[in-house]
Write a protein that binds this ligand. Structure first.
Ligand code: SAH
Ligand code: SF4
Ligand code: F3S
Length: 495
């Protein structure tokens, strides 16, 4: 356990609640309470004055958004943000556990931060996010990275102010990781920047796909109350945000847990469709819960964009069964057919895992043929990575690593060809872009995104940043498009 010279000695009881994957799996009937109180006790509102914080974020949008909440909490305590490690008084690593390489990155970073901690013992170093929900990770940090000051879990984010105080006054590592999800805490401050905002509509996941750690690290599905989501979106529209992405691990399950309310994701989208925010996206949809009502609502368009991220994971019915995805190849293709019929210009993107334990050549070919049949505009592809405590980690895996790599390579080649072909179909079309900023590789150019989330570079003045413009597509590549501005600032109204 770390002892640092400048921490005042005080008799605070040490929080020590290590996580347990087994406990995390126990889904009780216990009611989830929605709490609206403030997370920052008055005496902590000046705690960070004159001090700086830095947060490193790994993983998905859920984590990015959790970082915005932590930034909000820290700034309400008086802390200021910095990008300079040397200047930081608090450094937090908001981690991801989805695959082994995500975890390796964090352990690598901890190695670097050790030197910083030795130079500056007053630095508070914290590990949070999905990795901190894993027993094995917490044990490893406690044994091998004892210079870490605090570990807190995904259900403990609202406790950050208290835990910082605890850590500041204690000589030992502060560990607070609840295995089971707590309540839904509304009204937490959030530090949002730019023109796009994330809004959680639900937390957790109950799907338990056999390869996936998320249901353990994020707890059971809990939906926010519709009125709280709607109020937040309205407020963001009022503040001038142009695009909102609704977040959940399985947004289509929204509302299922709201006892006594017959209100699902389609109903929520229908209500949000009436709000004056130009664009609304959502991620991630699970094919199993994607119902006809939702398709009907999405076909109303307006602020509901023509892009659906619909992870398929595999094109083989047998593999899907072993993954416990709860749909088969035919059902997925049928759903895609329904969506395309209702929204003919829809852009579909997906996630695919290759080399799941026991995946045969033939089963992999089923994935290859499915991507050809659907014609995804793009996809995130991964080699299966065993996660301790998940059912798939115990399955016999007889697929050699070289075979997995070769499959990934072939799949990516095929997907790139499809992306190229799909993009080429846009040649000559006029599309609406939300201008995000200067192009990363060429500051002479601006970059924007279409409603379907395609990246487009074009020449234009800086005053267009944050605006909607119309461009004509003049060149198409695999990863991005080039456009020509045809109309200055054509602000769209949600309709
Ligand atoms: N809730 C989302 C997925 C979140 S994780 C959904 O169900 O679609 C993002 C992606 O990571 C998954 O879609 C899956 O393709 C991939 N993934 C999850 N666990 C993995 C593992 N153990 N190995 C490799 N890829 C994994
Ligand atoms: Fe993981 Fe499946 Fe839940 Fe997605 S739906 S988070 S892949 S368990
Ligand atoms: Fe990673 Fe946790 Fe997201 S495991 S992908 S950060 S929910």
């Amino acid at each position: 356990m770390i002892k640092t010279s400048d921490k005042k000695e005080k008799d605070y009881s040490i929080y020590f609640q290590p996580p347990s994957l087994v406990d995390a799996k126990k889904r009780g009937k216990a009611e989830v309470e929605v709490r609206y109180e403030s997370a920052i006790p008055p005496e902590l509102r000046t705690f960070g004055e004159g001090k700086f914080y830095m947060i490193r974020t790994y993983g998905c949008q859920m984590n990015e958004h959790d970082t915005e909440v932590m930034k909000g909490l820290l700034e309400e305590m008086g802390y200021q943000s910095t990008e300079d490690k040397q200047q930081a008084d608090v450094i937090l690593l908001n981690t991801c556990a989805i695959r082994e390489n995500a975890e390796d990155k964090v352990f690598g970073e901890l190695g670097h931060l050790k030197h910083l901690k030795l130079e500056k013992p007053s630095l508070v170093l914290g590990v949070c996010g999905c990795m901190s929900q894993e027993e094995s990770v917490v044990n490893r940090i406690m044994q091998k990275h004892a210079f870490v000051d605090m570990i807190f879990g995904t259900h403990n984010i609202h406790r950050l102010p208290e835990l910082l105080r605890e850590s500041f006054f204690s000589k030992e590592m502060v560990v607070e990781v609840w295995s089971k999800e707590g309540d839904i805490i509304e009204n937490l401050p959030k530090k949002r920047e730019g023109i796009k905002a994330w809004v959680n509509i639900m937390y957790g996941c109950d799907k338990f796909c056999t390869y996936c750690i998320v249901p353990y690290t994020r707890g059971k599905e809990r939906s926010r109350m519709p009125q709280d989501v709607i109020a937040e979106v309205r407020e963001l529209a009022r503040q001038g945000f142009k695009e909102i992405t609704l977040l959940g691990q399985n947004v289509n399950a929204y509302g299922k847990d709201l006892d006594g309310l017959d209100y699902r994701f389609g109903d929520l989208m229908d209500d949000l469709n009436k709000i004056d925010i130009p664009r609304l996206r959502f991620t991630t949809s699970h094919p199993r819960d994607f119902d006809d009502h939702l398709i009907e609502v999405l076909a109303k368009r307006g602020n509901l964009v023509e892009h659906i991220h619909l992870p398929v994971q595999s094109g083989s019915t047998e593999v899907l069964k072993r993954m416990s995805r709860k749909y088969n190849r035919e059902q997925y293709l049928e759903l895609v057919g329904k969506i395309k019929a209702a929204i003919p210009d829809v852009v579909l993107t997906t996630d695919i895992i290759v080399g799941f334990p026991g995946e045969t050549d033939e089963q992999f070919e089923d994935t290859m043929s499915l991507v050809q049949a659907v014609e995804f505009d793009s996809a995130y592809t991964f080699i299966y990575s065993p996660r301790e405590g998940t059912p798939a980690a115990g399955m016999e895996d007889n697929v050699p690593p070289e075979v997995k790599k070769a499959r990934l390579h072939r799949l990516n080649e095929a997907l790139n060809e499809i992306s190229f072909k799909r993009n080429r179909e846009l040649q000559g079309q006029v599309i609406e872009l939300l201008v995000e900023g200067e192009s990363k590789n060429n500051p002479e150019m601006l970059s924007g995104r279409s409603r379907t989330n395609k990246l487009v570079h074009f020449e234009g003045g800086q005053h267009l940043i944050g605006q909607f413009v119309q461009v004509k597509i003049v060149d198409t590549l695999t990863w991005y498009l080039k456009g020509e501005l045809i109309e200055e600032s054509a602000q769209v109204q949600a309709g």
